[in-house]
Design a protein around this ligand. Structure first.
Ligand code: ATP
Ligand code: MG
Length: 593
C-alpha cells in the first residue's frame, strides 16, 4: 500500500530535485474560484492540538494551508483544537506559535481556540437534543464499545437512546452543572447504529471530565469530543477549505451530518496523505514518550523530528519550506526518503553559510622548517557561492592540527591524503610533506606528525599550482579555540522504525549511537564570536550550527546539521564490498572538496 518516494539518496550524482508540479488541492481551489464558490473567498486554517510540539509532518500542513491562502489572496487561521484538557498545556501553545512564525507564516490577529466556542458548541448540542438528534447515554465507555459492533456486524441501540427530549435536556444541563461523576454519562448523536461507517454509530459528542483547562480553567466539566468540535469550529470561522489528513476521510460523513443538522456554513473538507519520513517517527504520542523516558534531552533535541529540534540542529525555514514544496501533496500514503530533506538543507546552506576550518579529531603537526615565532595571516575565501562575502585572514604557524582521518601510517589503496613520505596541500597555505611519525610509547597511537613545508608553494603564488593529490584543512594550534562538537545520526536504526520482531516495540529500533560528542575539537579563531544559531560550513566536514542551549562564548558547542557527501566513506564501503572500483574511487576522490 505504501510507495517509497525516491530521492537523491547519496548514491552519486548531485541530483537536483525539481519543484513538484501543481497538486490536486490547488486544482480544487482554482476550480472553486473559477466557479465563484464561497463568493471567491479562500479561507483555510492550521488546527493543531496543543498536546505536543510540532513536527515536520505539521510543517507540510502549515505550508499547504498558509501557502494556499497566500497564493489565492485568502486568509489562514491558527486554531488550537483544545478539547482535551488532560493532555494539553500552554507550553505547547507557545511552542506551536513560535514554530509557525519561525517557518515564516503569520496568522495576524486570527489566533483562535476551539475553547473559544465551548458555549456555542454547548448551544449546538442543545439544538440537536431539541431536534431529537442527540441523547444522554448512561453506558460506560466499555459498554459503548461493546454495543458499537464491528466492521462486519452492526451495533446495538443503547437502552437510553429513546429518552424524551425533556429528559435529555434536563440530564445534559445537570451534566454541565457537575451533578454526575466523570465518565458516568455522555451525550451522543442519534444517527444509525447499523451504519457501515463506525463513526456514524451514535458517536459521543460530550463527556464528563473534571480537568482544569489551560484557558477555561474549571469553568466546564463537560467537554466536546474532537469530532463534535472540529467541523463546527471550521464552520464558525467561515473556513472554505478544511484541509486535513487521510485518516479523517471516514469522519467526513459525520462532520457533514452535524453541519446539515445544525444548518450552518459548510466548509469543504479535503483529505491528503500525511508525511512519513524514513528513520523517523511522526506521532506526538511517540515523541512525547521519547521525551518523558529521556531517550532524548527534550522536544528540541537536535535528533528529534520536531521543528524545535530541526531549528536547534541548524535547519533553516527555507530548507523545510522547499522540502514541503517538493514532496507535493497526494491522496496516497507514502514514505519520503530522509535524504531528500537533507538535500534541501545542503542546497540552502551551500548558498548562505560562511566556510571556515575546524578540526574535529585533532592530530598535532609540527612543521620543522617553519620558524618558531612566525605567524602568517593567510587569505581564505568566505563563500565561493557568494563573492560578496569576501575573504578573511586565517593564522598559520609552525604547530597545526589536522584531522586524524587525514593521515594513514599505511595508506590503503585509493587513499591520497597524508602518510609518511607523502605530500598534501594545506588549504589556503602550503604543500607539506610528512617526514616522521611520533607515537605514544605505551599505546602505540600516532600522536604527532613531523612535517616540512615548501615555502615556494603558498596558495596564490606562482609555484602554487604544483600538483598534489589532496588538499586538507587545518587550524593553527596556538590560535584555534577548543569546541565541543555533536555529531548526530538517525534516531532509529531502521528505515521504518515500526518494523519490529514479535514481542518488541518501536523503541527497540532506537539507535544507541545517534549522538557522538567530541570534546576536543578545534575551530579557527574567526569563530570566537560565533553566536547562538549561527551556521557554518566546516570545510570538507559538513554544516554546523552553534547550539542555542548549551553553547557559551568561551565554551562553544556546535551541532552537525548535515554532512557534506563523504566520498571517501563511499570508496571505503565499495572496497569493503570487494568491488574493485578504483576508477570510480579516483574520480570521487579528485572531486573531493
Ligand atoms: P500526531 O499524529 O503527530 O499526533 P495529529 O494529527 O494528532 O498528529 P494535530 O495537532 O491534530 O496532530 O495536527 C494538526 C494538523 O496537522 C492536522 O490538520 C493534521 O492533519 C496535520 N498533520 C499532522 N501530522 C501530519 C503529517 N505527518 N503530515 C501532514 N500533516 C499532518
Ligand atoms: Mg489530531
Amino acid at each position: 500500500m505504501e510507495t517509497k518516494v525516491a530521492a537523491e539518496g547519496g548514491r552519486g550524482a548531485a541530483a537536483t530535485v525539481e519543484p513538484a508540479p501543481s497538486h490536486f488541492i490547488r486544482n480544487i481551489v482554482t476550480e472553486d474560484l473559477k466557479r465563484g464558490k464561497n463568493q471567491g473567498r479562500v479561507h483555510t486554517r492550521f488546527p493543531p492540538e496543543p498536546n505536543g510540539y510540532l513536527h515536520i509532518g505539521h510543517a507540510k500542513s502549515i505550508c499547504l494551508n498558509f501557502g494556499l491562502a497566500a497564493e489565492f489572496g485568502g486568509l489562514c487561521n491558527l486554531r488550537f483544537d483544545d478539547t482535551n484538557p488532560s493532555k494539553e498545556d500552554v507550553e505547547y501553545v507557545d511552542s506551536i506559535k513560535a514554530d509557525v512564525r519561525w517557518l515564516g507564516f503569520d496568522w495576524n490577529d486570527r489566533e483562535f481556540y476551539a475553547s473559544d466556542y465551548f458555549l456555542k458548541l454547548y448551544q449546538f448540542a442543545i439544538q440537536l437534543i431539541k431536534a431529537g438528534k442527540a441523547y444522554v447515554c448512561d453506558l460506560s465507555a466499555d459498554e459503548i464499545r461493546e454495543y458499537r459492533g464491528t466492521l462486519t456486524e452492526p451495533g446495538k441501540n443503547s437502552p437510553y437512546r429513546d429518552r424524551s427530549v425533556e429528559e435529555n435536556l434536563d440530564l445534559f444541563e445537570r451534566m454541565r452543572a457537575g451533578e454526575f461523576a466523570d465518565g458516568s454519562r455522555t451525550l451522543r448523536a442519534r444517527i444509525d447504529m447499523a451504519s457501515p461507517n463506525l463513526n456514524m454509530r451514535d458517536p459521543v459528542m460530550y463527556r464528563i471530565l473534571r480537568a482544569t483547562h489551560h484557558r477555561t480553567a474549571d469553568q466546564w466539566c463537560v467537554y466536546p469530543t474532537y469530532d463534535f468540535a472540529h467541523g463546527q469550529s471550521d464552520s464558525i470561522e467561515g473556513i472554505t477549505h478544511s484541509i486535513c489528513t487521510l485518516e479523517f476521510e471516514d469522519h467526513r460523513p459525520l462532520y457533514d451530518w452535524f453541519l446539515d443538522q445544525l444548518a450552518i456554513h459548510h466548509p469543504q473538507q479535503i483529505e491528503f496523505a500525511r508525511l512519513n519520513l524514513t528513520f523517523m517517527v511522526l506521532s506526538k504520542r511517540k515523541l512525547l514518550q521519547l521525551v518523558q523516558h529521556q531517550h532524548v534531552t527534550g522536544w528540541d533535541d537536535p535528533r528529534m523530528p520536531t521543528l524545535a529540534g530541526f531549528r536547534r540542529r541548524g535547519y533553516t525555514p527555507e530548507a523545510i519550506r522547499t522540502f514541503c514544496e517538493r514532496i507535493g501533496v497526494a491522496k496516497r500514503n507514502s514514505v519520503v526518503d530522509i535524504a531528500m530533506l537533507e538535500h534541501s538543507l545542503r542546497e540552502d546552506l551551500n548558498k548562505r553559510t560562511p566556510r571556515v576550518m575546524a578540526v574535529l579529531r585533532p592530530l598535532r603537526v609540527v612543521i620543522e622548517n617553519y620558524p618558531e615565532d612566525q605567524v602568517e595571516e593567510l587569505e581564505a575565501v568566505n563563500n565561493p557561492e557568494d563573492p560578496s562575502t569576501g575573504t578573511r585572514k586565517v593564522p598559520f604557524s609552525r604547530v597545526l592540527y589536522i584531522e586524524q582521518d587525514d593521515f594513514r601510517e599505511v595508506p590503503p589503496k585509493g587513499f591520497f591524503r597524508l602518510s609518511p613520505g607523502r605530500e598534501v596541500r594545506l588549504r589556503y597555505a602550503y604543500i607539506i610533506k610528512c617526514v616522521d611519525v611520533v607515537k605514544d610509547p605505551h599505546t602505540g597511537d600516532v600522536i604527532e606528525l613531523r612535517c616540512i613545508y615548501d615555502a615556494e608553494t603558498k596558495s596564490g603564488s606562482s609555484q602554487s599550482n604544483r600538483k598534489v593529490k589532496a588538499t586538507i584543512h587545518w587550524v593553527s594550534a596556538a590560535h584555534s579555540k577548543t569546541a565541543e562538537v555533536r555529531l548526530y545520526d538517525h534516531l532509529f536504526t531502521k528505515e521504518d522504525p515500526e518494523e519490529v520482531s514479535e514481542g518488541s516495540d518501536w523503541l527497540a529500533n532506537l539507535n544507541l549511537k545517534s549522538l557522538e560528542t567530541l570534546n576536543a575539537s578545534r575551530v579557527e579563531p574567526s569563530l570566537t564570536d560565533a553566536k547562538s544559531g549561527d551556521l557554518y560550513q566546516f570545510e570538507r566536514l559538513g554544516y554546523f550550527c552553534v547550539d542555542s542551549v548549551d553553547s557559551k562564548p568561551d565554551a562553544l558547542v556546535f551541532n552537525r546539521a548535515v554532512t557534506l557527501r563523504d566520498s571517501w566513506a563511499k570508496i571505503e564501503r565499495t572496497q569493503k564490498k570487494g568491488l574493485d572500483n578504483a576508477a570510480e574511487a579516483r574520480r570521487s576522490h579528485l572531486s573531493q572538496p
